[in-house]
Ligand binder design. Structure first.
Ligand code: SF4
Length: 399
């Protein structure tokens, strides 16, 4: 049985969206094309990691192995410099943050130099404004861009957490930066990402998680919510185990949806893959033949029904149940089905003092009751009148 390894939020989301895309990414390790908005997000996260790190004041951990920081080299282009911008405990000035931004810029995936320039400008505005708020009211981070792992009731999970802050009440606030255009309070309340981070921080830090926050950088808005309640975490755990079980069972069905237009694997996905040129003509003929046969099937069914109807009318007019042809005899059969109103049956029984519940869809059981001599004639009549009979006539052929 394959082991899925520790599951991250992105991995769980990718599997739930489309297991086949998950396989391409996590088993086959197929690369995805770079995209400007991902590079943009990575650049901003990288700068905030570097700028906030000097403010980190470590706190008590549950596990000694809790510290496994992602390095800035994961973000920064080679040769761009790694000099610290601020001594521990000091807040870098905005100009220093802008210098970090220049060094950290990732150019991959932009569709044109104009688009890249637009994003560059946007990033400078976002960071400049955000950093002013940080300087005016500094946070109290206890961890930045930290990789946490945990076993969640037996399921290994992990994630990189943008920031964990100390709250004024002495607990912890999980902060995830978002560079997206739109973000709502509902996004923050319902975010599975924050739910999973809550579990990771709970399992790795000693202090309680008090707040979950998606920080919308474009509008400088912290969208705060309370920690997820037990019921919400149970539901999330259910989704995580669904993914774990699907991977263990090697179930990777393609699941088309609104993610497909952005999927890099359309060319190899069976839902969108093109028929090879060498097979095209043969398969076109097969599909056309299948279509023709379907049409003929529909016509034949209509004709069959009309002929049976004409035979039924003749049989009724002439009082016949057997009509010979040249090869076989058509025999007219009768099928009777009953349906009962379960509530009316229950009511009739309740009036006799009997408390048994009868399944109204079980016509045989109800009809048995309607003939039960232990019941009064009125009750039997009430049960019988709760039913309706349907009679169907059909033809069989015999030699
Ligand atoms: S194209 Fe759609 S169905 Fe196919 S792998 Fe990608 S996401 Fe899944």
């Amino acid at each position: 049985m394959p082991s899925p390894g520790p599951l991250s939020y992105s991995s769980v989301r990718a599997y739930l969206e489309c297991p086949l895309r998950w396989k391409y990414l996590y088993i086959d390790h197929l690369p995805e094309a770079p995209r400007g908005y991902f590079s943009f997000g990575r650049t901003i996260h990288s700068v905030l990691e570097e700028a906030v790190r000097p403010l980190v004041v470590p706190v008590a951990r549950r596990t000694p192995s809790g510290r496994s920081q992602r390095t800035l080299e994961d973000y920064r282009p080679a040769g761009s410099g790694t000099e610290p911008v601020a001594a521990p405990g000091t807040i870098a000035d905005t100009e220093a943050v802008m210098e970090m931004y220049r060094r950290a810029w990732v150019s991959d995936g932009y569709t044109s130099t104009e688009e890249e320039a637009r994003y560059r400008q946007l990033g400078a505005e976002i960071l400049g404004r955000y950093w002013e708020t940080v300087r005016a009211d500094p946070p109290s981070p206890v961890a930045v861009e930290e990789h946490l792992e945990a076993s969640w009731d037996g399921v290994p999970v992990h994630g990189y957490i943008d920031r964990v802050d100390r709250t004024p009440e002495g607990g912890l606030e999980i902060v995830d930066y978002k560079t997206s255009r739109e973000l709502s309070a509902a996004d923050a309340r319902e975010s599975d990402q924050l739910g999973l981070y809550q579990v990771l921080v709970r399992e790795n830090f000693s202090d309680p998680v008090e707040r979950l926050t998606l920080y919308h950088l474009r509008s400088l808005t912290p969208l705060r919510s309370s920690p997820r309640a037990a019921g919400a975490l149970d539901a999330l755990y259910g989704r995580v185990t669904t993914v774990r079980d699907g991977i263990r069972a090697e179930e990777y069905p393609p699941t088309p949806g609104r993610q497909c237009p952005r999927c890099d694997f359309r060319k190899i996905c069976p839902e969108f893959k093109e028929v090879p040129g060498t097979e095209r003509d043969r398969l076109i003929l097969l599909v056309d033949r299948f279509r023709d046969l379907r049409d003929r099937e529909q016509k034949l069914n209509a004709e069959l029904e009309a002929t049976a109807g004409e035979l039924h009318r003749a049989a009724e007019q002439l009082g016949l149940h057997r009509i010979p042809g040249t090869r076989e005899v058509a025999i007219r059969r009768r099928e009777e089905t009953w349906r009962f109103d379960a509530a009316a049956v229950d009511k009739a029984l309740a009036e006799t003092g009997r408390t048994e519940r009868v399944d109204g869809s079980d016509a045989d059981a109800v009809r048995k009751l309607a003939n039960d001599p232990a019941l009064s004639a009125e009750t039997r009549a009430a049960i019988a009148s709760a039913g309706s009979r349907r009679t169907r006539w059909y033809w069989e052929l015999e030699r």
